[in-house]
Design a protein around this ligand. Structure first.
Ligand code: B12
Length: 266
């Protein structure tokens, strides 16, 4: 597609068409909406009106994209299989939908040399209107004294049963100034609900209760729960037991501390 004909509607339209059968959702945003909330060291170095698109995985990504990916490419997978699958899906979408066009693709698991994430997934999801980002500061009269509580996004349809996978920045594609920033649906409006959400996410995230803070239209299948419930280091063994990887497949090298905690974000 020629750069001059590219606009927000056809970028999101093409991506939606490509991704809809793979269990991903896409939401457009302006770089300026994102940068205006962040300190300079997190800014995306593009003009404020530049188009970006945040990509989420929904519960059906596992069956619609991941299992078929493992079936086809499983033998070649060396690092985190979900990350590799997402990368494969996003890079094929970009090269098929926008051949020859420069698109800056950033994945949730990628770090800058400074060890900071390449983009803040939750802030991007919030400003695109995809999922409200509930932070400590959204609770009045906080009960936690000085403790730092990590924030969590809630999707209006999937609750916590989704992940934020990538940000695509379309340098040179500008969003019209008439486009208003959408407010994400505030699905957890009460103080009590927000306390419950943040405590479940920070203290009991392993039991996944935070994901059901609102009734979701769909959750992860039992197979997907088994996968994400398995520690990352043991997932290759689980995939082998499902018949995906050849017995002789080498395990990847153990990853350094923060990386190994972060990989396998489901
Ligand atoms: C590092 C990281 C971790 C670290 C540290 C956690 C943290 N939040 O810092 C560790 C390893 C502990 C971790 C753990 C988990 N993580 Co984690 N993690 C990340 C990662 C890679 C970066 C987060 C980060 O460093 N943020 C930096 C801090 C400074 O950002 P911040 O607190 O949001 O602060 C900014 C905002 O406040 C903003 N801001 C200021 N004012 C305003 C106003 C508004 C309105 C807004 C919107 C923003 C805003 O400015 C601040 C920066 O200056 C993200 C993916 C990504 N690329 O973003 C996933 C991510 C946050 N993790 C995620 C998950 C699910 C988990 C786990 C449950 C693990 C799992 N297996 O799934 C656990 C649970 C957390 C816990 N209880 O400990 C999900 C959260 C999904 C969601 N629904 O929100 C993410 C988004 C990954 C994903 N692919 O979806 N994680």
């Amino acid at each position: 597609m020629a750069a001059s004909t590219v606009n927000v509607e056809n970028v999101t339209g093409l991506l939606e068409e490509h991704f809809s059968k793979l269990g991903f959702e896409v939401y457009p945003l302006k770089v300026g909406w994102y940068n205006s909330l962040l300190p300079a060291n997190f800014h995306l170095a593009y003009p404020d009106d530049t188009l970006a698109v945040v990509v989420l995985s929904t519960p059906s990504m596992f069956e619609q994209a991941f299992l078929p990916f493992m079936e086809e490419k499983g033998c070649q997978v060396q690092s985190d299989p979900i990350d590799q699958c997402v990368k494969h899906c996003v890079s094929s979408a970009v090269s098929q939908c926008f051949p020859g066009q420069p698109v800056d693709v950033r994945y949730d698991y990628e770090l800058l040399p400074s060890r900071k994430p390449k983009f803040l997934a939750q802030t991007a999801a919030h400003v695109s209107g995809a999922a409200f980002y509930y932070q400590q500061s959204d609770v009045t009269d906080q009960p936690w004294e000085k403790k730092k509580m990590f924030g969590v996004c809630v999707h209006p349809r999937f609750g916590g049963w989704f992940a934020i996978r990538a940000l695509l920045v379309f340098g040179g594609v500008m969003v019209g100034s008439e486009t208003m920033q959408p407010d994400p649906p505030d699905c957890v409006p009460s103080r009590e609900g927000r306390i419950q959400l943040l405590e479940a996410f920070n203290f009991r995230w392993q039991d996944w209760g935070y994901r059901d803070i609102i009734p979701p239209v769909q959750t992860y299948s039992q197979k997907q729960k088994d996968y994400f419930g398995t520690p990352p280091a043991q997932r290759f063994a689980l995939l082998k037991s499902w018949g995906f990887l050849p017995e002789e497949n080498n395990q990847p090298d153990p990853t350094p501390d923060t990386q190994s905690q972060m990989s396998g974000h489901g």
